[in-house]
Design a protein around this ligand. Structure first.
Ligand SMILES: C[S@@+](CC[C@H](N)C(=O)[O-])C[C@H]1O[C@@H](n2cnc3c(N)ncnc32)[C@H](O)[C@@H]1O
Length: 680
C-alpha cells in the first residue's frame, strides 16, 4: 500500500533536501517546488521524520481523485474507508494546502474534509471523532492541485523544524531547518579536520550553534519530539519505529567517542549569551561551546581551518536596515583580516548586502524564510577578485565571443525599437544557455548544469557588457521546476505578464517573433490561433484593431491569457479562447484572414498525454482549416520536430512551403522549429 511519500520544505531548500534524502539512501521520484516525492516504505518515511534536518513535513498520501469540485469534497471524503486506517475515537485535525493558481477556499476545504471524515465514522459507529487542532492523533492533510486532490496523513504531525530543544528564544531567531541548511551549504561538519572550529559571532539565542552541535553529535533532530502523526494509524509499525529510535540513541553515543571541532558563540548582548547558555544546557551541550559577551569588532583571530557562520540582524525585525548593511561589510572585512583561511556563511534579505562583504563567493542560494526571499552565501574569507581576470585563455576567448554576440543582438533590438527579445541562444560551443531581455530585466536560462564552472564568468561577462546590475538578472535552469517569477513587462504599448523563471517560455513566444511580425504586417481583421498560448499574439492583433479567436486545449494557459488581458485593462468577455471541441468551434466560425497552428514542442509531456501528433493530423486538419480562409488568406503551421516532412498533398494542393521566419537569435532551435505557410 505504502510505496511513495512526500517530503515538503521551504522554497529554495529543495536541492539541499534532495541531497539529504539521498544520503539516507532514499530514491527520489520527483522534485517540485516545496515538495520532493520519494519512493519508499514506512521505514524510510519514519527515518525522514526522525533524521531530516531540512524537511518541513513528511506526508503519506492515502486517497486521491482527479474529478472533484469543492462542493463534492465532503461526499467524496465520506465515501472513503477511513476505518481501515484510523480508530473512530482518535482525534482529528485537517490542514489544507493549495497549489498556485487553485482558487478553492482554503479553510473551507479543510472543513469539508473534516466533515466528510466525521460523517463517515458517525454513520459507522454513531459517534463523532473529536477534533483537536493542537495535538490531533490523526493529522490529515488535503492538497489541491489543478488536476487532482489528494488526502493523506501528515506523519510529522507538526512542522519538523521544531526540535523541542530550545527553552527560550530572543527576537528574530532563525528557523532550525534554515539554520541547518546554512550549515549543510557550508559543508559542515565535513570530513575529520576539515573544520577545526566554528564561530557564530552574533549568535542570538544560539540556534546555529545548536544545529551545528546536533550534526557533530549525530543527534537525530526528531529525537525529542513526543507527538507524531502515525501513532494512531492502523498501519503504524511500532517495532520499526522503536528500532530507529534505538539506532539514533546508539549513533549519538558513538559520536561522543570522536573528537569534535571547537565551537564558539559570541553576541554583543549579555542576554543573548545567557539564553544561548540555557538552551545549550537544556540540550546537553553546555560544556561543548565557549560563549563570550563581545561585539563583532572583537572577533578573535584564528589561523585554523574553520567556519564563521552567522545570521546578523536583518533590519526588518531587529535594528535598522542601514545599520545592518554596514554590519555585513564589517563582518566581511574582519573575517578577511582575522580568519583568512576560514569559510564564511551568512544569510541576508538582499544579495547586495552579501556582495558588500567583498568575499570570494563559493555558493549563493535563494530561499524563502517566512514567505520572504533570503539569500544564503558561502564564501572564502579572502578578498573577492573578479573572476574574468583569472580565466584561462580559452574560456576568456569564449567570454569575449559571447559578449560580442550578446552586444550585437542587443544593438539590433534597439535599432528595431524592441524592448524585449532574445540575445543569445547557445551559439558557442560549451556555452549552452539562453539570454532574453525583457525591458530592463535579463533572463538567463542554463541548459547544462555541468557547465557550472563557466556559468559565473558568463554572468559577469553579461553584466559587464550590458551594464546591468545583479538584481536585474533572473536565473533559471532548464528541466528544474522553479518558483514562478512573475513580472509585468511593457513592450510596444502592451503589458505582458511574464514568468521569467519558466525555462521553456516566459510567455512572449520569442521564437515565434518572426511569424507574429509577418501576421501583424498583414493587419488581419480576423485571425484564428490554435494553441494560442497566453494570447500574446491575440493582444498584439487586438491592439491594432483586429480580432483573434483562440483555441488552447492545455489547462493553465487560458487563465494566464485572462490575467494578461486584464493587465491591459480589457474586459474578460472580449477575450475569445475556447478549450473544448475544436470541430464544434470551427463549425460556427466565420472565414478567417489568417489561421495559425503553433503547437508546443512535440515531445512536450502535455501533448504526449493528449496523443497529439502532427504526422497524424496534418492532412485532415489543414485541409479543413484551408476551407475556412478568406480568399488570399494565409495559414501557418509551426512544427517543432526535426524529422517532420510536409506531405506532398499539402505542398501541391495548397502551395504550402517552408519559410525562414526563425529569429537569428533562436539558434538552438534551428533545424527543429520550422514554419510552413501558403504565403506567396
Ligand atoms: C538575528 S539575531 C541572531 C539570531 C540567532 N541566529 C538565533 O537564531 O537566535 C542577531 C544577533 O546579533 C546581535 N548583534 C547585533 N549587532 C551586533 C554586534 N555589533 N556584535 C555582536 N552581536 C551583535 C544581536 O544582539 C542579536 O542577538
Amino acid at each position: 500500500m505504502f510505496t511513495q511519500f512526500m517530503v515538503t520544505c521551504s522554497e529554495g531548500l529543495e536541492p539541499l533536501l534532495a541531497d539529504e534524502l539521498q544520503s539516507f539512501g532514499h530514491t527520489i521520484v520527483n522534485i517540485a517546488r516545496n515538495t520532493i516525492l520519494v519512493q519508499g516504505h514506512l521505514e524510510q518515511a519514519y527515518r525522514t521524520c526522525l533524521w531530516s534536518r531540512l524537511a518541513s513535513r513528511v506526508l503519506c498520501p492515502l486517497f486521491s481523485s482527479t474529478e472533484l469540485s469543492p462542493d463534492a469534497l465532503t461526499g467524496w471524503v465520506a465515501s472513503l474507508p477511513w476505518e481501515d486506517h484510523f480508530p473512530a475515537e482518535a482525534s482529528l485535525a485537517v490542514r489544507a494546502s493549495l497549489a498556485p493558481g487553485v482558487a478553492w477556499p482554503q479553510q473551507l476545504t479543510a472543513l469539508r474534509v473534516k466533515d466528510g471524515y466525521v460523517d463517515r465514522f458517525r454513520e459507522l459507529t454513531g459517534d463523532r471523532p473529536p477534533v483537536d487542532p493542537r495535538q490531533p492523533q490523526v493529522p490529515l492533510y488535503i492538497h489541491v492541485e489543478a488536476q487532482a486532490v489528494t488526502v493523506g496523513l501528515d506523519l510529522s504531525a507538526d512542522s519538523l523544524h521544531k526540535r523541542h530543544l530550545r527553552t527560550r528564544v530572543l527576537a528574530a531567531p532563525i528557523k532550525e531547518n534554515l539554520a541547518a541548511a546554512l550549515l549543510c551549504l557550508s559543508g559542515w561538519p565535513g570530513k575529520a579536520g576539515q573544520f577545526e572550529e566554528l564561530i557564530d559571532p552574533m549568535c542570538g539565542s544560539g540556534t546555529l550553534l545548536l544545529e551545528a552541535l546536533m550534526m557533530v553529535a549525530d543527534h537525530a533532530p526528531g529525537l525529542q519530539r513526543q507527538h507524531w502523526g502515525f501513532t494512531a494509524w492502523h498501519h503504524h509499525q511500532p517495532e520499526v519505529w522503536q528500532n530507529l529510535l534505538e539506532e539514533a540513541h546508539q549513533r549519538r553515543q558513538a559520536a561522543r567517542t570522536r573528537p569534535w571541532p571547537r565551537l564558539t558563540g559570541c553576541d554583543a548582548a549579555r542576554e543573548a549569551i545567557e539564553v544561548t547558555r540555557e538552551n545549550l544546557k537544556a540540550a546537553g551541550y553546555a560544556a561543548d561551546v565557549q560563549l563570550l559577551v563581545q561585539p563583532l569588532a572583537e572577533l578573535p583571530e584564528s589561523t585554523c581551518t574553520g567556519l564563521v557562520i552567522t545570521n546578523p540582524p536583518y533590519g526588518e525585525r531587529l535594528g535598522d536596515e542601514a545599520h545592518s548593511r554596514w554590519l555585513y561589510q564589517a563582518l566581511g572585512r574582519l573575517c578577511r583580516q582575522r580568519r583568512p583561511s576560514q569559510v564564511v556563511t551568512t544569510i541576508a534579505p538582499q544579495v547586495d548586502w552579501l556582495d558588500g562583504m567583498s568575499l570570494e563567493h563559493m555558493r549563493t542560494e535563494r530561499v524563502s524564510h517566512g514567505g520572504l526571499p533570503r539569500y544564503m552565501r558561502v564564501a572564502r574569507a579572502q578578498a573577492w577578485v573578479r573572476r574574468t581576470k583569472q580565466l584561462n585563455p580559452q574560456v576568456l576567448a569564449t567570454m569575449t565571443a559571447f559578449q560580442e554576440q550578446v552586444l550585437s543582438s542587443w544593438q539590433a533590438l534597439q535599432v528595431q525599437g524592441e524592448r524585449c527579445g532574445r540575445l543569445y541562444d547557445g551559439q558557442l560551443k560549451d556555452l549552452s544557455l539562453r539570454v532574453d531581455v525583457y525591458d530592463d530585466l535579463l533572463s538567463v536560462i542554463e541548459f547544462d548544469a555541468t557547465q557550472a564552472a563557466v556559468f559565473t564568468p558568463t554572468l559577469i561577462a553579461l553584466r559587464e557588457v550590458l551594464g546591468v546590475q545583479r538584481d536585474q538578472v533572473r536565473l533559471g535552469r532548464a528541466g528544474r521546476e522553479a518558483r514562478p517569477d512573475w513580472q509585468s513587462i511593457e513592450d510596444k504599448g502592451l503589458l505582458y505578464r511574464l514568468d521569467l523563471a519558466r525555462s521553456d517560455d516566459p510567455g512572449l513566444q520569442l521564437p515565434l517573433t518572426g511569424l507574429y511580425q509577418h501576421v501583424l504586417q498583414r493587419q488581419p481583421q480576423r485571425c484564428l490561433h490554435l494553441f494560442c498560448h497566453n494570447a500574446s499574439l491575440a493582444m498584439q492583433i487586438k491592439h491594432q484593431g483586429g480580432y483573434v479567436q483562440g483555441w488552447e486545449p492545455r489547462p493553465y494557459w487560458p487563465d494566464w491569457a485572462r490575467e494578461q488581458w486584464a493587465l491591459n485593462g480589457w474586459a474578460d468577455d472580449s477575450l475569445a479562447i475556447e478549450c473544448g471541441d475544436l470541430n464544434a468551434m470551427l463549425g460556427t466560425l466565420p472565414r478567417q484572414d489568417v489561421i495559425l497552428l503553433t503547437p508546443p514542442k512535440s515531445h512536450h509531456a502535455e501533448q504526449r498525454r493528449q496523443g497529439f501528433r502532427w504526422r497524424d493530423v496534418q492532412e485532415s486538419w489543414i485541409a479543413s482549416l484551408m476551407a475556412r480562409l478568406t480568399p488570399g488568406g494565409e495559414l501557418w503551421l509551426v512544427v517543432d520536430e526535426k524529422s517532420f516532412q510536409l506531405s506532398d498533398t499539402l505542398q501541391q494542393r495548397f502551395a504550402m512551403r517552408e519559410h525562414d521566419l526563425l529569429p537569428a537569435s533562436c539558434f538552438s532551435l534551428r533545424g527543429h522549429l520550422r514554419f510552413y505557410g501558403n504565403a506567396p
